[in-house]
Design a protein. Structure first.
Lengths: 613, 351
């Protein structure tokens, strides 16, 4: 058996018990590697549970900066007896098993083709600490110490991370560093350090930041000027509303009065949260809700009201695996259709698809502008993989000269100057009417908002022409939206190709890697990342320019493909679905295998290097 | 009554209020409800109250859900913004609108189907949050627009127009509002304008969740023998505990009262509510006693009306949330965006 040897390119997976305090130690480990200048991509794989069920933390160490999930495990830190057998099975041949050897295990519990490193963590902890909670918690930081020795890490980097975490709490800091040192010392004196997997100082991180998408989207809402947030707790979006609250308390409290320039309400359900957001949007405050698929299902009626009555609303959907309760702690992109066409009757909604936390920040702020400009619901379609995992991304940026686009809201002066005000008149021909807010003018601009049909002056009407005028205008408005939403990002292969691939959202990092792998195999595809619905003309053109286009998605029913066929009048035979929907984040390995296999069915011969296409 | 066009001209001697508006300036579109509908009387009472208090019409937001009652905001305060939302969800929309601009008067109009059935949850939660609003339920015990089904406030044992007996317990929204901490709770009758108008005025002046349950007979589907929401039945069983005589400190006291017949409540903004007691032992500032009294009287088949409870030192949702005095919808980029320098610091903390 040849032990795996790899520098800055391997996967370590921690198998833990939920609630045992492992998350913080594992995160410390990930951050310490980043401080070596080596990119990592950590992922939490957690149950819908607070204590007791199995949980995993997977860290991909990737010099090349491939932040998608790789698949496979080079080193397993097996701390959970419940999942032992499955965890051992997952290790790549030649890989490493690190485990707590306090209790002896029969030989049958191991594998011959892996390297086993046992350390009596419980025994060391029990002899060092008397408090049961300390025995548990310091076990975690102790294995981080041992890993540092095994992987040839600079222990000072770990000390630095711990220092940042416990700055000012001397006692905690000291005891954590003590535990770390115990782990280091034990590993150095009992094992041959380092092993084949190594972390070597590099400069692959640059000025990137490590942040969760939920936190980034929340910050985007602060920068984008949201003042009202109404929400109902639901995994995986709860941490978004909580982050918004934390950022507001830090950044939005009036220094003079100590009063809040924001209002956050935890509503009684999703119907109430979208209702509050609709009320606030109607009354001119930027407002948003954060939810997930089941919440979007509950919000349907209100989404139709906001669409038809033309009220700015921002909905952040952190998607999880459906249908129904589905897999609440697993990722998917399965709300595309239910959001695009949310509510009864003829409706269409604006969707934005961020690829990472940086775009969560940018697009959240963008959603608030778009909602005001278009006077309609706008969805930020993120997912659990982006939302609840820390991801390396470009640092946040804000242009201080930017001011919020409040859209077509008439002021007192505008009303004085205007000959006429009709709430639903298409004055500018872009389908977007003018609106007024209460209290603007004592005698002008008042109107009645309703979900029933009405004429251009907001007077109740069931007359066919009044109704169709309005519905057609809403279509014109959606046309206008095409030019306002983020444009797709195209990546052409060097040699050009008659095959294309379309992808979106959290598939992005895996796709980036997959395209590189395919190119190494001589298989070239042009790629386009869709960033919004309605689809920009260039997306339809991209499909037209290729014989076949793979549409890579993380759902069962190829929802974006359906949307493209429907909205772009595209021949279904041209769009080939590549679907990954088991709840784990899509991997480059999966995409490469799928696309390579389909291409071989088309008799595509890999291009040999140096030969013409 | 859509067949009667409303004349645009009005009598030149119509009295004007402090703002120079006549009552007609507070009217809205012509009602499309049935002739004799209790709801139209409530609209008239709202118009009268707003005129008398000289409320600026453009600073009122009229909010409603779906149903006959929810149509009425179109029929009063035509210069105000209104929002006819979705069935049973007016309270959440009102709450959001209120968060956006704390300076307006939020007038929520709903019905018993809208608030006691489909929207029971939203009604309850808006009350317990202390949203500063006037929440009027036009309560007729029946679904009018869908032609006569029982609502959740229909009394057990009452009979529908089709002769069906209601076997379900009824929801007393006043009891629920009291339990959930509404700081102003009243019940009235659409046929008793003298009682209703001052109650609406007092509710408008009140800061916090003000709830008024107005029994409002449905002439089309719930005004027959065997109904407990008919004009005749309500008149016979109406037991007022008090009458509001005035609600402002600036008004002169002109009436002489017999000892023990008056209760004065000093409100948050130091305005005084003067209640002329009808039931001498009734104390409108005692929530627990109010609930006991209502239970006892309900047992006797009485419909207790009047200002049933008022909490003088009430707070509202904005105080709980510690929001700035300026309405949130008036804050711009300068006030809201923390800027790039703060962002750089945050970036640094994420490395």
């Amino acid at each position: 058996m040849k032990p795996i040897a790899a520098v800055n390119d391997f996967v370590v997976k921690f198998a833990n018990v939920n609630g045992s305090g492992s998350a913080s130690a594992n995160e410390t480990f990930a951050k310490s590697i980043i401080r070596h200048g080596v990119p990592v991509s950590p992922r939490n794989i957690f149950p819908s549970n607070i204590q007791g069920l199995p949980t995993w933390y997977e860290i991909r160490v990737t010099e090349q900066g491939y932040l998608g999930r790789r698949g496979g495990v080079d080193m397993m830190v097996a701390m959970n007896p419940q999942t032992w057998d499955a965890d051992i099975k997952e290790i790549e041949p030649g890989g490493y098993l690190f485990y707590d050897s306090t209790k002896p295990l029969p030989k049958s519990k191991f594998r011959d083709d892996i390297n086993v490193i046992g350390m009596p963590l419980t025994e060391i902890c029990n002899s060092t600490y008397t408090d049961p909670r300390q025995r548990q918690l310091f076990k975690n930081i102790m294995y981080v110490g041992a890993l540092a020795a095994l992987l040839d890490m600079d222990a000072e980097k770990i000390v630095g991370v711990i220092g940042d975490q416990y700055g000012g709490k001397e006692k905690l800091l000291k005891s954590n560093i003590h535990a770390l040192q115990l782990g280091l010392d034990y590993a150095r004196s009992h094992f041959e350090c380092p092993i084949g997997l190594r972390v070597k100082k590099s400069n692959g991180v640059g000025n990137r930041i490590l942040v969760e998408g939920n936190s980034a989207a929340a910050l985007g809402c602060v920068y984008g000027g949201a003042t009202v947030c109404a929400w109902y707790p639901i995994t995986p979006s709860s941490s978004l509303a909580e982050a918004f609250s934390a950022y507001c308390n830090k950044l939005r409290v009036d220094a003079k009065t100590g009063k809040n320039k924001f209002a956050i309400v935890q509503a009684e359900d999703e119907l109430a949260s979208i209702g509050m957001v609709t009320g606030a949007g109607w009354n001119g405050a930027r407002s948003f809700t954060a939810t997930s698929g089941p919440g979007v299902s509950l919000m349907q009626e209100f989404i139709g009201l906001a669409y038809f009555a033309e009220i700015p609303v921002t909905i952040i959907d952190v998607q999880r695996a459906g249908p129904s309760t589905g897999m609440p702690t697993r990722t998917q992109q399965s709300d595309v259709l239910s959001c695009a066409y949310a509510s009864h009757g003829d409706t269409k909604h604006v969707l934005l698809f961020p690829e990472d936390p940086r775009e969560c920040f940018d697009f959240a702020a963008e959603c608030l502008d778009l909602a005001d400009r278009l006077q309609t619901p706008v969805f930020l379609m993120t997912d659990l993989d982006i939302g609840m995992n820390q991801r390396l991304c470009e640092p946040f940026a804000w242009d201080d000269s930017r001011s919020y686009d409040r859209g077509k809201v008439m002021s007192h002066e505008d009303l004085e100057a205007a000959k006429d005000f009709g709430r639903y008149v298409d004055v500018d021909g872009d389908g977007i009417p003018y609106r007024t807010l209460p209290a603007t003018h004592p005698t002008k601009g008042g109107y009645f908002t309703r979900g029933t049909s009405r004429n251009t002056y907001a007077i109740y009407s069931e007359a066919g022409p009044d109704y169709t005028y309005n519905m057609q205008r809403l279509l014109r408005k959606f046309e206008t939206a095409k030019e306002l939403v983020p444009k797709p990002v195209e990546r052409k292969s060097a040699k050009g190709s008659r095959f294309g691939v379309i992808y979106y959202g959290s598939t992005s990092p895996a796709m980036k890697e997959a395209i590189d792998r395919l190119e190494e195999q001589g298989l070239n595809v042009d790629a386009m990342r869709v960033r919004a619905f309605p689809f920009h003309e260039s997306i339809i053109d991209f499909v037209a320019a290729h014989d076949h286009v793979f549409v890579v998605e993380q759902n069962r029913d190829a929802q974006l493909r359906t949307l493209m066929m429907n909205e772009g009048a595209i021949d279904p035979a041209k769009l080939m679905p590549v679907l990954h929907y088991d709840g784990t984040p899509i991997t480059a390995r999966f995409i490469v295998a799928e696309i390579a296999q389909r291409l071989s069915a088309f008799n595509v011969q890999p291009i040999k290097k140096g030969k013409a296409a | 009554m859509t067949y009667l066009a409303k004349p645009k001209l009005h009598h030149p001697t119509l009295p004007v209020n402090r703002l120079g508006f006549t009552r007609r300036d507070y009217e809205g579109k012509i009602s499309t409800l049935c002739a004799g509908c209790g709801h139209d009387s409530i609209s008239a009472a709202i118009i009268h109250a707003c005129w008398e208090l000289a409320i600026e019409p453009h600073k009122v937001a009229k909010m409603s859900g779906i149903g006959c009652s929810s149509k009425t905001p179109d029929y009063f305060l035509g210069n105000s913004h209104g929002f006819n939302t979705v069935h049973g969800r007016m309270p959440s929309v009102l709450t959001g609108a209120n968060l956006a601009n704390r300076e307006l008067l939020y007038l929520g109009v709903s019905g018993d189907g809208d608030s006691a059935s489909i929207g029971f949850g939203q009604f309850a939660h808006s009350i317990r949050r202390g949203v500063n609003m006037v929440y009027i339920v036009e309560n007729n015990g029946v679904y009018g627009l869908t032609k006569g089904q029982f609502s959740a406030t229909a009394d057990k044992g009452s009979k529908s127009k089709r002769g069906v007996l209601n076997s379900d317990e009824s929801i007393d929204m006043v009891m629920v509002a009291l339990q959930l901490g509404a700081t102003f709770v009243a019940r009235s009758f659409s046929g008793d304008k003298a009682q209703l108008v001052p109650l609406i005025e007092a509710a408008i002046e009140h800061k916090g969740s003000a709830f008024i349950d107005v029994i409002s007979p449905c002439v089309a589907f719930n005004n027959h023998d065997g109904s407990t929401r008919s004009y005749d039945y309500v008149r016979e069983h109406n037991e007022a505990v008090n009458r509001i005589d005035f609600i402002k400190t600036r008004e002169e006291i002109t009436t002489d009262y017999a000892p023990g017949t008056v209760q004065e409540v000093v409100q948050h903004d130091r305005s005084v509510l003067r209640l002329r007691k009808v039931a001498l032992n009734y104390d409108a500032s005692d929530r627990v006693n109010a609930m006991n009294y209502l239970q006892q009287r309900a047992q006797l088949g009485e419909i207790v009306t009047g200002l049933l409870y008022v909490h003088p030192g009430s707070e509202d949702l904005h105080e709980h949330l510690n929001t700035v005095d300026t309405p949130l919808n008036r804050l711009g980029t300068k006030e809201l965006c923390p800027g790039s320098a703060a962002l750089e610091k945050l970036n640094a903390s994420m490395r």
